[in-house]
Structures are given as C-alpha cells and as structure tokens.
Write a protein that binds this ligand. Structure first.
Ligand SMILES: *Cc1c(COP(=O)(O)O)cnc(C)c1O
Length: 368
C-alpha cells in the first residue's frame, strides 16, 4: 500500500538544496578549509570565553530582544539600536524579509551571480526570482532597474558580492535606490563590509538613515569568526523593524550567540588585524595566481574568484588542491563552473594554495 504523502506548494520543488563548503576529504587528516569564507584567525578568544561562561545560564531563556547585543552593535557601528534586529545568521533575516514582503504573484530582482540564498528564499516564498545579467561579474544597475516591474517587491544586492567579490561604489548603490519605486524594498547584504578597502564604499548605513525603503544586513560569520554561532543583524527603517519583530521567532538568537557576539565586538584589535592580513594576502595571492596564468577577478571580500577558463580545468585544479588537503569552493551552483572561490586563509594556507596551483599550471602547460 502506498504511503499517504503531502505535497508542498509547487514552487518549493524548484529549490535546489543549498550545498555548503565541504570540510572533509576521506583519508586526509590535515585539512585546510578555504571553502566558506570563515575568517583566517579562528574564533576571537574573548568570544570563546563568553560562550563557555554562557553555559552556566543555559536553563534561562535568552533576552528575546537581544538588547545588550543591539546596544553593542549600535556603539560599534554608530547605528541606532532601536533600528537593529538580530537574527539566527543573516540568512534568517533575509528569509523573513522575503516571506514578509514577497510571495506568490510578486517578483524578486537580484544579479545573475548574486548570493544563492536570495534565490532559495525567494522560491520558498513563491516569488518569481529574476536574475539580471552582470557586466564583468559586477551587478549592472541599469539592467537591474530595467528588470523592475509592477510586481517587483524586493531587490537584493550583496555588496561586496559573494562569490564574485565585486563591489559597487556608494554612488552606484544610491543610483539604484533612486531609480527604484519608493515602495520596493532594497536589501543591501553587506556580509563582507569590513574587508572593503576601496574608499568610495558605503555598506548601506547612509541609505537606511536617509529614510529610504532600504535594509542593510550584516553578519558575525565572516570577519568576527562566529559562523558556527549563527548570528547576523539587520539595520532597517522602523516600519521594517516592526515587521521583522512580528515574524521572527521570539527567541531566535540564543543566549550563547548573544554573549559571544558582544565579546567578539569587544575583542581588541581583531578587526584591524583581520583587515590588514586580508588586504595583504588577497593582493599577494591574486598577483601570484595571475603570474602563473590564472585569471583572478578583483575582490573586495575575504576570498578570490579564480577563473580557469573551462569547467574541466577548474575541476582538475580542485582535485590538485584536494590532493594537498586544501578544500576550496566549486562554483557550479553559481553558473560559474570554470571558477573556484578561494577563501583568504593564514599566510601558510595562502602559500599552500599558491604552491599547489603553480604545480598544477606547470602540469597543465606540459600536457597542453
Ligand atoms: C556568508 C554570507 C552571509 C552570512 O550568512 P549568515 O547566515 O549570517 O552566516 C550573508 N550574505 C552573504 C553574501 C554571505 O556571503
């Protein structure tokens, strides 16, 4: 007898499950994981201590408003804590925004190689997800504006974008906002904001504060080294804060994450050290790979996108890295199968990548 079976809404069956960065290679003990853009320096020591201390109070429900954390975010980033909403990773906030403002009969606009969670959550909500072609792997503001129609409710821009590393200057983001109908919600995902070195950048704070219908999302998963804690935040106009506070779980950010987040923000010199290291090694590794004939796209994040020309070559390079225990990210899910995304790790890890790919390119040249 066949088992009874419920069916989800049809759009949900079009979702391809998210595939995260791998962390194991069978038979290899020492792994260098450069597949998920986690920071190069591990967990901030103060955050680790705060996490352990939080174990004493695990029987208590967390503060459902994450008040102390929002105040710490406010002080650190110069934002109004009343307009900050914390989430179980910024992915959670992205999903809530899309479910709350999108849905069947609406459209969500993103760039062709934009962060994949917008597509997944958009389909979950039942939105038609429109992926707008890019120029030189960079979001094209004019093309995105041209894709906006009467059904468009949400426009998503990761800036810098993962996986391309490309970044729009503040003037281009402002031009995108100005060109959108006022009632379309613009979500600026600034997961990599701290790593940006170009001077004409704004993570979105200014547009949120200018009173436009714009939300900025941020995360503790990258420079703050807390991917395993699941902690992110949104800075939003009051009317959006109100909606997020209605739909989120009342205790969506657990007590250990709140404690670790506050401590990570207070870690002396952490961001400065991480940015200095990333700026140096992003440039060094990019130049080194270009020097051996690999196209490397300019990146403002803590990762680089290396283009091997063909999918076959990219997967052969991936295999060569794996043979040395180095795991990077294949890019098939982003329609970039000829590319590998490589996180900037420690100096030693960057050298391992360089050596493995140097040997690989020599072999490739010898074999034609
Ligand atoms: C890593 C990343 C995030 C962060 O997600 P969390 O849920 O906060 O871990 C969000 N957006 C982009 C573009 C990212 O690369």
């Amino acid at each position: 007898m066949s088992q009874p079976k419920s069916l989800p809404r049809p759009s949900i069956l079009s979702i391809e499950p998210y595939v995260g960065g791998e962390s194991k290679i069978p038979g290899v003990n020492r792994i260098v994981k450069l597949s998920s853009n986690e920071g190069a320096f591990g967990v901030p020591p103060g955050a680790q201590a705060a996490y352990i201390a939080a174990a004493q109070e695990l029987h208590r429900y967390p503060d459902g408003h994450a008040t102390a954390l929002r105040e710490a975010i406010g002080r650190r980033f110069g934002v109004d804590p009343a307009r900050v909403v914390c989430g179980n990773g910024s992915d959670e906030l992205i999903q809530h925004l899309i479910l709350a403002y999108g849905g069947e009969g609406t459209e969500l606009v993103m760039s062709a190689h934009g962060f994949v969670m917008y597509d997944i959550s958009g389909r979950y909500a039942g939105c038609r997800v429109i992926k707008v072609p890019e120029r030189n792997l960079t979001a094209d503001v004019d093309a995105m504006l041209a894709a906006v129609g009467p059904r468009t409710r949400l426009v998503f821009l990761a800036n810098p974008n993962n996986p391309t590393g490309s970044c729009l200057p503040a003037s281009e983001v402002a031009r995108l906002r100005e060109g959108l109908p006022a009632e379309v919600l613009l979500v600026l995902d600034s997961a990599y904001a701290e790593y940006v070195t170009r001077p004409d950048y704004d993570p979105g704070t200014a547009l949120v504060e200018a009173g436009t219908n714009t939300v900025m999302t941020r995360t503790f998963s990258k420079i703050f080294g807390l991917g395993g804690m699941r902690l992110g935040w949104a800075y939003a106009p009051v009317h959006v804060v109100d909606i997020l506070n209605r739909v989120r779980g009342p205790f969506n950010v657990n007590s250990a994450a709140q404690a670790a987040g506050i401590a990570a923000l207070a870690e002396p010199g952490w961001v400065e050290k991480s940015v200095a290291h990333n700026t140096e090694w992003r440039a060094t590794l990019s130049e080194a790979l270009r020097g051996i004939g690999i196209t490397v796209h300019p990146s403002e994040g803590n990762f680089i996108l290396a283009d091997f020309g063909t999918a076959e070559r990219a997967s052969a390079a991936d295999a060569a890295l794996r043979a040395r225990g180095v795991i990077v990210r294949a890019m098939g899910a982003y329609s970039l199968p000829q590319c590998l995304r490589i996180t900037i790790g420690t100096a030693e890890e960057c050298r391992m990548v360089q050596e493995a790919l140097t040997e690989f390119m020599r072999g490739a040249a010898a074999h034609g």
